[in-house]
Design a protein around this ligand. Structure first.
Ligand SMILES: *[C@@H]1O[C@H](CO)[C@@H](O)[C@H](O)[C@H]1NC(C)=O
Ligand SMILES: *[C@@H]1O[C@H](CO)[C@@H](O)[C@H](O)[C@H]1NC(C)=O
Ligand SMILES: *[C@@H]1O[C@H](CO)[C@@H](O)[C@H](O)[C@H]1NC(C)=O
Length: 345
């Protein structure tokens, strides 16, 4: 039942544990009602104001807890083996094996010579990374002056091909070692790479010689655009390397966070990246992870640092994700940066 749990809500997941013909209707309804009660009455997300107060109460006090960080990394290694499995490689996905899409109901791809040739030989990033920065795209970064802080990290991860043009670098920095690209962006911004591919090739230059991490095997319609992105860059000997996210890794990371109480159809790209960073890096600092409409002074802010386009509601559970990350901040596992960065670096 691999596809069902991620794709559908928990009701389906619970029901799917029973043989279909043996589940009485009453029991199904009972489960549905209990589930509904759990989600909508027992579980309450604090309001934006409560969260702001909590963050202010904590202030700038933060101390790394090495024990907590190592424990968390161990848990991630046990569930998801980020180091060896985060990307599809020739090593972890041999010719003839089957890739199960993590975002589809029972959809798979068997690896033939053509697809196999697209995979990188072995997992990069085998050496331990020291200081990593994961940069979310939240409007909280605007006028934060965090660019220099971010650029001081050894390894910088960004989400969804964000703009890094001149007007933003003071706030978000200039360097990138890994950037995610959702196939939906290829579709929206680059006409699915069915026409001219120059705009795409030009626009990724800003990320230097980074990895472009694409969930090519999560949703069916995402595979072809991802493969076109791969060929576009490889045909011109671009400095960027396309890595395909391993659907098994994404699936396992999704399960990991679900067990910790994130009720979303799908995790955000940001949380996948944080999980990867926690698995690969000694120190992890997050910037721009703030899914609320006001900053710490309760001034309203835009949704992203570069625009105010709101996401589809109901797909991700950003406040829930924030609360989980905040717990990791408080335990000293990672550092979450909210608000402006001090001048002296
Ligand atoms: C560090 O984390 C560990 C494991 O969570 C905990 O037992 C310990 O009390 C923490 N140490 C400090 C100084 O907070
Ligand atoms: C795949 O490639 C190998 C080596 O290039 C070749 O021996 C094999 O016949 C190919 N298989 C298919 C199904 O094309
Ligand atoms: C790759 O990077 C080098 C050095 O920064 C640069 O000179 C070259 O133009 C880049 N190649 C492409 C295709 O962007």
């Amino acid at each position: 039942m691999k596809g069902s749990a991620l794709n559908s809500n928990g009701i389906l997941r619970m029901i799917s544990k029973f043989p279909r013909n043996k589940l009485p209707m009453g029991a199904a309804l009972g489960i549905a009602v209990l589930y509904w009660l759990y989600i909508f009455t027992l579980y309450r997300i604090p309001s934006d104001k409560e969260i702001v107060n909590e963050v202010l109460r904590q202030g700038n006090v933060w101390k790394k807890n090495l024990t907590a960080a190592l424990m968390f990394r161990k848990q991630l290694e046990e569930c998801c083996d980020p180091k060896n499995l985060f990307a599809v490689t020739k090593q972890n996905t041999p010719l003839g094996s089957t890739l199960w899409y993590d975002g589809e109901f029972f959809h798979s791809l068997s690896v033939n010579n053509d697809t196999y040739s697209l995979f990188i030989k072995e997992t990069p990033l085998q050496q331990a990374l020291k200081k990593c920065a994961v940069v979310g795209n939240g409007g909280i970064l605007k006028n934060s002056g965090c660019g220099k802080h971010i650029d001081k990290a050894d390894f910088i991860m960004r989400c969804n091909l964000p703009p890094l043009s001149k007007e933003y670098i003071q706030d978000v920095g200039t360097k990138t070692q890994l950037v995610t690209a959702n196939p939906s962006i290829i579709e929206k911004r680059f006409r699915n790479l069915l026409w001219s591919r120059k705009a795409f090739a030009e626009s990724v230059k800003i990320y230097g010689s980074s990895y472009i991490y694409m969930p090519a095997f999560s949703m069916k319609p995402g595979t072809d655009p991802s493969i076109r992105a791969f060929h576009t860059l490889s045909d011109i000997n671009a400095n960027q390397t396309v890595l395909f996210a391993n659907p098994e890794f994404l699936w396992n990371v999704g399960k990991f966070w679900k067990a910790r109480g994130i009720h979303a159809k799908r995790l955000s790209t940001g949380l996948f990246l944080v999980s990867l960073a926690l698995g690969l890096c000694e120190d992890v600092t997050l910037y721009g992870f703030w899914p609320f409409s006001v900053d710490l002074n309760e001034q309203s802010i835009s949704h992203h640092y570069y625009d105010n386009v709101l996401p589809y509601s109901g797909f991700h559970a950003m406040p829930e994700e924030f609360l989980q990350l905040w717990l990791l901040h408080k335990s000293g596992t990672l550092r979450m940066h909210v608000g402006p960065c001090p001048d002296e670096v």
